[in-house]
Design a protein around this ligand. Structure first.
Ligand code: ADP
Length: 228
């Protein structure tokens, strides 16, 4: 295996199946791929091809059943629950198609909410909330609730919430799918700037060629296998 420090994830012969009653549904059938750090990577493929399953394994939401996945050189199979929780809490930021904001909280409070559970000093929390909202261009809208924001602005809040953690990777399941093309394009420009300026790695699943056009590496999956 190549020098693990160059890669965020090293994936070898990854196999994953779901149990559905007495049936086994094979979602991944032997995926081998290396994902470099500080890069925007997309995972594309038809519906049901295994994109979300792969993303969930990378986000430590699903376990490694067979094969090997190294996260920053560390074998995920041998991580205990405590270690996985720490990585999810501090090193991975998540963004979702439906934003997953807390409706009763303002923009600023949505970003602050998860940070306050990270054991940071008050001043540090304040500084991170402001700088992440500045980075996504929403500092002026900090008192607004999600219902007062457009779809694109909501996704920006979700991105601010993810980057405020200062994670090494942001993982997103179709984060532009519920936005119109122009807003989706603007979100992709913003994510690209994050990679360039903050060296954050970003991994997104997508159906959309526009989103793929922003990626340095596209992982195309069909029927649980890599193609192309
Ligand atoms: P994609 O994200 O490309 O649409 P998924 O990773 O969601 O694909 O699904 C891959 C395969 O696994 C599909 O056949 C899907 O039906 C199946 N699958 C996904 N989640 C579950 C689940 N929780 N239980 C059973 N089968 C599942």
């Amino acid at each position: 295996m190549k020098d693990s420090k160059c890669f965020l994830y090293q994936i070898e012969d990854l196999v994953f199946s779901y149990s559905l009653g007495s049936q086994q549904v094979e979602a991944l059938r032997g995926v081998d791929v290396m994902i470099p750090a500080s890069t925007l990577v997309t995972i594309s493929g038809p519906s049901g091809s295994g994109k979300s399953t792969l993303l969930n394994i990378l986000g430590l939401i699903e376990p490694v059943q067979e094969g090997r996945v190294l996260f920053r050189g560390e074998d995920m199979k041998w991580m205990g629950e405590r270690r996985k929780n720490l990585i999810r809490k501090f090193q991975i930021g998540f963004i979702f198609q439906q934003f997953h904001l807390i409706p009763v909280l303002s923009t600023e409070e949505n970003v602050r909410y998860f940070l306050t559970r990270q054991g940071l000093l008050k001043e540090e929390v304040k500084e991170r909330v402001e700088s992440s909202l500045q980075a996504v261009g929403l500092w002026e809208h900090r008192v607004k609730k999600p219902s007062e924001l457009s779809g694109g602005q909501k996704q920006r809040v979700a991105i601010a919430r993810a980057i405020a953690k200062q994670p090494c990777v942001i993982i997103g399941d179709e984060p532009t799918a519920s936005l119109d093309q122009k807003t989706g394009y603007e979100i992709m420009e913003l994510l690209t700037r994050l990679v360039e300026k903050q060296k954050t790695s970003i991994i997104l699943t997508t159906h959309d060629p526009m989103v793929q056009s922003f990626s340095k590496q596209n992982i195309h999956i069909q029927d649980g296998r890599l193609c192309g």
